[in-house]
Design a protein around this ligand. Structure first.
Ligand SMILES: *[C@@H]1O[C@H](CO)[C@@H](O)[C@H](O)[C@H]1NC(C)=O
Ligand SMILES: *[C@@H]1O[C@H](CO)[C@@H](O)[C@H](O)[C@H]1NC(C)=O
Length: 305
């Protein structure tokens, strides 16, 4: 799919590579998750992540981005997305065999770090690292442009947002979410926590209450690849309906802060809410299974005593 050469050239010249799904999206998703985990899962992760604070998940949600460009973590650079080679707006789809790069993608990464999270032979600091990757990649899976190839996930498509010239990836990572909640005023954590409280209410008792069950219908802990693919397909479908409804060329240079934002805002809201709800369910499974594997050993020990 081609975007005008000038837009591409500009993208290459200007872009400080936009970081994955902006801080606000990741942090809020993790805060939402922390509202829905059981107290035993909370205790499990507080110990693993060495934090006793209410933000024990939220504070590690952007760690994977912070290390992404450091030398030791270069191998993780493709773990944040899957480049769906589809054809929006006519045909949106994701194919694991076709789209996951040889050295990995967000789908294989979620499976990999989920498996590491369950590994009793892994040092606790590595399981903590795996937890931070899991938390981050569940978030990334819910940003549409992390599930799309066109112009490097929209990084090379330049648009306007409330008068600012930005790339489309950044708009979907950050600008829409930030505008949706009325701005973050340089303080993402309090803004995210407040937003997460509202989303948790909407999930428990409000506009998302009826659909939340369906959010978990594809969750199959025994098949992380299939689960991540289902979430990825659902998210990628939004490329055709909301991100590039008229295709990649039509959006270049357009102002997206108006009508486009009005349609995109609710999409982002739902993605953050269901990402957080699913993250809670996923972490719940990890904690439960890790602890279940531990029990035979413990019983043996108490018998010996
Ligand atoms: C979790 O809650 C249950 C029931 O409210 C309680 O019995 C249990 O001690 C709590 N566990 C932890 C780890 O806080
Ligand atoms: C799984 O994680 C390990 C440790 O971070 C990494 O070295 C490896 O490349 C990953 N494998 C895949 C297939 O993602």
């Amino acid at each position: 799919m081609k975007v005008s050469a000038s837009a591409l050239a500009m993208g290459l010249a200007v872009a400080p590579q936009a970081l994955a799904w902006g801080g606000l999206g990741h942090i809020t998703t993790a805060y939402v998750a922390s509202k829905f985990v059981s107290n035993t899962t909370e205790a499990f992760y507080k110990e693993l992540l060495r934090s006793d604070e209410p933000d024990y998940l939220a504070r590690v949600a952007t760690w994977a981005d912070s290390i992404r460009y450091s030398k030791w973590a270069r191998f993780t650079k493709n773990f944040h997305f899957i480049d769906a080679h589809d054809n929006p707006p006519h045909d949106c789809n994701v194919d694991f065999e076709r789209d996951c790069k040889e050295d990995g993608c967000v789908i294989s990464a979620l499976a990999n770090y989920t498996q590491q999270s369950l590994d009793h032979d892994l040092a606790p600091w590595l399981r903590a690292q795996a937890a931070k990757f899991v938390i981050h990649f569940v978030g990334d899976l819910h940003q549409p442009l992390h599930n799309e190839d066109v112009s490097r996930g929209g990084n090379g498509i330049y648009v306007n947002f409330d008068g600012h010239n930005l790339n489309l990836h950044h708009v979907w990572d950050s600008s829409i979410a930030e505008k949706w909640i009325g701005g973050i005023h340089r303080k993402p954590y309090p803004a995210a926590e407040k937003w997460a409280n509202e989303l948790a209410l909407a999930i428990t008792d409000g506009k998302f209450a009826e659909e939340k069950e369906a959010w978990l219908k594809d969750l199959n802990f025994d098949d992380p690849i299939a689960t991540a693919m289902a979430w990825s397909r659902e998210c990628n479908a939004l490329i055709c309906t909301h991100v590039l409804p008229e295709g990649p060329e039509a959006i270049v240079g357009k102002e997206l802060g108006g009508e486009y934002f009005d349609k995109a805002g609710p999409v982002i809201e739902r993605q953050v809410a269901r990402g957080g709800y699913r993250m809670a369910a996923w972490l719940e499974e990890i904690a439960m299974r890790y602890q279940a594997q531990q029990e035979p050993g413990l019983e043996l020990m108490s018998e010996e005593l």
